[in-house]
Design a protein around this ligand. Structure first.
Ligand SMILES: [Zn+2]
Length: 353
């Protein structure tokens, strides 16, 4: 794909996390032209962040080859991707109802597409890692929070208002542990890192001794999921049980997803997925007990080792999105004469109130 003046189109991908923001510039072939990361510092407020990110993009525009750029952005939270609005981000608590795509366009004169970060990560896996080999998949990001992204028929599935794929907040235990979203019994409350650590703290009798023994392998000073992985690697029975239980909880939630969507793959991403070898067997054990066997035999369980799919995926997402828009404009023009029946039977159905 080429820019308006004949230069190659370049995608600028931005992954805004609660702590760090990663930015990358990719050409259509996926070659990395530039990369940068900085502290999000959300406490300084949205206008400050907008100023910093716009300044960076404008400086890149001057030094990158080509004359046409497009921006893709992934951010954790409830995103209205159709209108480029951040409705709510739990990690960036004061950022609410922000028209970020429009603000970025004002500051940089570039088109910007915004998506939920797990959707973008799912798209990154689909395009960059799996090379579009499969059409239907689920991505689940395991970190402090638990995100989900759905690829249906080769595209991100957004649902009716952009909120589809919130796997972390599906309920696995009515009235159960409290989630960071303030509901009780969400999957995240059990398999988000704070849920895992919370369970570990109840089971480990001498926490300082546990950290001293297993934390030193990764210089951990507090009980975290790396410390628990180290302990599992050395055969600690409590750590192994915590990971087994984590797999069981994931298995329960994912079984529902499999029965609803019948995906070809589920891919685990994020820091906690590094412990996958300790929790995957119990996910499979939950799957093995299912009575409808075929979708559970079909689904492949994958673990992504690429920690940068958020920003890479965002760049590719923007490049594909602009390409699709252009194709749609051409098709619309071609179909103009055939649109005579478009209002056919528009009042057959009544809305139920
Ligand atoms: Zn929740």
């Amino acid at each position: 794909m080429w820019g308006k003046n004949g230069g190659e189109m370049i995608g600028i991908g931005i992954d805004i996390g609660g702590t760090n923001t990663k930015v990358v510039a990719l050409n259509k072939k996926g070659k990395v032209l530039k990369e940068y990361r900085f502290k999000t510092l959300s406490d300084l407020g949205y206008p400050d962040f907008l100023k910093r990110i716009s300044k960076l993009i404008n400086s890149w525009k001057k030094v990158l080859p080509g004359d046409n750029f497009i921006i893709g952005m992934g951010i954790a939270g409830d995103i209205n991707s159709a209108e480029g609005i951040i409705r709510f981000c739990p990690n960036l608590d004061k950022w609410r109802d922000i028209k970020m795509a429009a603000d970025i366009r004002k500051k940089t004169k570039l088109r910007c597409f915004i998506e939920n970060d797990a959707n973008i990560a799912a798209f990154g896996v689909h395009t960059l890692e799996l090379k579009k080999k499969y059409k239907n998949g689920i991505a689940i990001t395991l970190g402090t929070g638990v995100g989900g992204g759905l690829i249906i028929n080769g595209e991100i599935y957004n649902g009716s208002c952009g909120s589809a794929g919130e796997l972390g907040h599906t309920n696995i235990y009515p009235g159960g542990s409290k989630c960071n979203c303030h509901m009780r019994g969400c999957l995240e409350a059990y398999v988000g890192s704070y849920g895992i650590i919370g369970r570990a703290k109840k089971e480990i009798k001498n926490i300082p001794a546990f950290i001293k023994k297993y934390g030193k392998l990764s210089s951990a000073k507090k009980l975290d999921t790396i410390c628990l992985s180290n302990a599992a690697a050395l055969g600690n029975s409590i750590a192994l049980k915590i990971w087994r239980d984590t797999g069981t909880y994931l298995g329960i939630a994912l079984s529902d997803m499999i029965l609803i969507l019948n995906p070809e793959y589920i891919v685990f991403m994020g820091g906690v997925s590094k412990a996958s070898k300790y929790f995957l067997p119990s996910i499979k054990a939950v799957f093995a007990k299912q009575m409808i066997k075929a979708p559970f035999k079909k689904v492949k369980l994958l673990v992504s080792k690429n920690p940068d799919l958020g920003c890479y995926g965002a760049a590719v997402y923007a490049l594909e999105k602009i390409s699709d828009r252009r194709k749609a404009t051409v098709n619309k023009a071609n179909n103009k004469d055939r649109a005579g029946n478009s209002a056919l039977a528009e009042s057959i159905y009544m809305e139920y109130e």
